[in-house]
Design a protein around this ligand. Structure first.
Ligand code: SAM
Length: 266
């Protein structure tokens, strides 16, 4: 069988642009996502934005218990019907940004999966980070350009605030690229699948998350300036010395650990 054969949805509903609906319709990429997630007995899988079930139903075939969070009411009944013969699907009809992952984890750990609505992908990432303590890992499809920024290291043109904020809390691995033709309707840009594994909180070393976020934001707010200028009102000369960071460096040259040191020095 052609690995790229179209994966017919269990049902079809017109795509709603305002909800970022681009449904995955290529079996090869669907299988690759399920393989990357590699669900095991006892895992608590939570999918964000199941849509027409392109990833949901293959996941259910491998792992017969799944929770999904979908905003679009029109998709709930057909999704329920399509999932019924395969396993136990718990559907939360809500904006994912309003879902408390810590409450959902109920004392355990959850694994997040999703072909995310691209218009709110960064807010979803930051929402997940707030609950990183209960998240074992995340497998997300996003615009490739965003995944490149998430995974970039110092010296790269796309290394920036998103890279530092995510890498401080998670191990970030870009897994594979997905072309527009794999979706119905096709998005305008390439997509990519990324894995995020939250770090053990005891190894992160950030004293104050708000202060860290403030330093990173200010440093990249004026990325062409030296840190001395970009962080003029945020980090003092003594604090640069205490952190062991050169004030004539630029934000894009610093390792994540150096941002942590700068934030902790103040
Ligand atoms: N997983 C499906 C697939 O791969 O074909 C659909 C992916 S589509 C890119 C994004 C999905 O997220 C849609 O089903 C959309 O309705 C849903 N969605 C959009 N905004 C949402 C929100 N704020 N909360 C939860 N789901 C949302």
């Amino acid at each position: 069988m052609n690995p790229h054969s179209p994966a017919g949805p269990a049902f079809t509903a017109p795509a709603k642009k305002q909800l970022g609906q681009h449904f995955l319709a290529d079996r090869h990429y669907i299988d690759s996502i399920v393989r990357a997630v590699n669900p095991k007995d006892g895992d608590r899988l939570v999918e964000i934005g199941p849509g027409q079930g392109a990833i949901t139903l293959p996941l259910l075939r491998q792992h017969p218990r799944l929770t999904v969070i979908e905003f679009d009411r029109d998709l709930i009944a057909p999704l329920t019907a399509a999932a019924a013969p395969l396993g136990e699907l718990a559907i939360i009809q809500s904006d994912v940004l309003r879902v408390d992952f810590t409450a959902l984890a109920d004392g355990g750990q959850i694994r997040l999966v999703g072909n995310l609505p691209y218009n709110i992908s960064s807010p979803i990432l930051f929402h997940a980070l707030e609950h990183a303590g209960v998240v074992r890992d995340m497998h997300f499809m996003l615009q490739k350009e965003v995944v490149d920024r998430m995974a970039a290291g110092p010296g790269s043109k796309v290394f920036g605030r998103l890279s530092v904020m995510l890498q401080a809390y998670c191990e970030v691995t870009s897994l594979f690229v997905v072309p527009p033709g794999a979706f119905r309707p096709p998005p305008k840009v390439d997509s990519a699948v990324v894995r995020l594994v939250p770090r053990d909180p005891s190894t992160i070393g950030i004293n104050d998350r708000n202060r860290f976020a403030e330093v990173v934001k200010a440093a990249f707010g004026q990325r062409r300036k030296t840190l001395r200028n970009a962080l003029n009102n945020v980090v003092s000369a003594e604090q640069f010395i205490a952190a062991g960071v050169r004030p004539d460096a630029r934000a894009e040259q610093l390792e994540v650990a150096q941002f942590v040191a700068l934030a902790n020095a103040s």
